[in-house]
Design a protein around this ligand. Structure first.
Ligand code: SF4
Ligand code: SF4
Length: 284
């Protein structure tokens, strides 16, 4: 079953600078103005139906307007479910406020573990505290990128995350529109971490779905901090599938699925929300 979802890059700015970040430093800047935040909230209030609004960055909590205006505004003014992708660097008090604000309205917290910036035990303790504070019915997952040559640390992270009762989600590293070609030394650990042919719910291996019918652009879209809407991340990369701008009133969704024309589908969200013909479990 499809679950209508928008992935909204609420800001570009981020307080980390990961060596493997898919966003270039020159793009990891900026956030909407006060008046743009108001217009985004107006847009989400008008958006028909009940959507999952999955907010990403940059780092959403690095933008003060995220917790002060966007989250409370979505909860108060719309019927939508709130989800977030965060590096979990926000102070505990902010995370607790997020948990309180989203009670009864939270979909998923995707917390990314960046071992270049955090100490594993401290991150796991913080993640565990957040898990205890959020809606019991909401999902929480800990993502980690499989950085070549550093997979022993990722395996240790998985053990610590799972020992804390949290779900671990490995992601193959993306590079130049494709994925890293792991060498023979890394391959056994990659296989241990992601398994053979994992589903999009268990790991992100950036597969290709060319030719399959895809409902992105109908029941799913990506939205930038400037209000531009695109069918999916890959379409945006190729400057295709533009749906207009939600701030200037030109936004319009399609009304029928279209076959995928791309070799790589780098994000598991469309698959896990049931957008792609014959793919995904539509569960998280
Ligand atoms: S935390 Fe995320 S957005 Fe920020 S630099 Fe790292 S990978 Fe990029
Ligand atoms: S299958 Fe993936 S890459 Fe293809 S159109 Fe759908 S979301 Fe985009």
């Amino acid at each position: 079953m499809r679950r209508a979802t928008v992935e909204w890059q609420v800001c570009g700015l981020c307080n980390y600078d990961c060596s493997y970040c898919v966003q270039s430093p020159k793009n990891r800047v900026g956030h909407p103005s006060e008046s743009e935040v108001s217009r985004f909230l107006d847009f989400f209030e008008r958006l028909p139906g009940a959507w999952e609004v999955k907010m990403t960055g940059g780092e959403p909590f690095a933008f003060g307007g995220f917790l002060e205006r966007i989250v409370p505004g979505l909860v108060a003014r719309t019927p939508h479910t709130v989800s977030v992708l965060t590096n979990l660097s926000a102070p505990r008090a902010q995370l607790e406020r997020f948990a309180a604000l989203t009670r009864g309205r939270l979909g998923i917290v995707s917390a990314s573990l960046h071992l270049e910036h955090v100490e594993l035990d401290a991150f796991v303790a913080k993640a565990r505290a957040l898990r205890a504070a959020i809606d019991p019915a909401a999902s929480m997952v800990i993502n980690a990128v499989l950085v070549p040559g550093r997979l022993d640390r990722v395996e240790a992270a998985r053990a610590a995350v799972e020992a804390a009762g949290l779900r671990f989600f490995p992601q193959v590293m993306k590079l130049g529109g494709g994925v890293v070609d792991y060498d023979d030394a890394d391959r056994p650990a990659v296989d241990r971490l992601i398994g053979i042919s994992p589903s999009p719910r268990r790991a992100n291996v950036a597969p290709g779905y060319r030719g399959r019918l895809c409902w992105t652009g109908v029941d799913y879209f990506v939205l930038t901090q400037r209000g531009d809407a695109w069918r999916c991340r890959t379409a945006r990369r190729f400057d295709e599938g533009f749906l207009g701008n939600v701030l200037d009133g030109t936004f319009a969704l399609g009304d029928a699925p279209e076959p995928c024309t791309y070799d790589i589908c780098p994000c598991t969200v469309p698959a896990n929300r049931g957008m792609i013909e014959g793919v995904g479990e539509a569960t998280a």
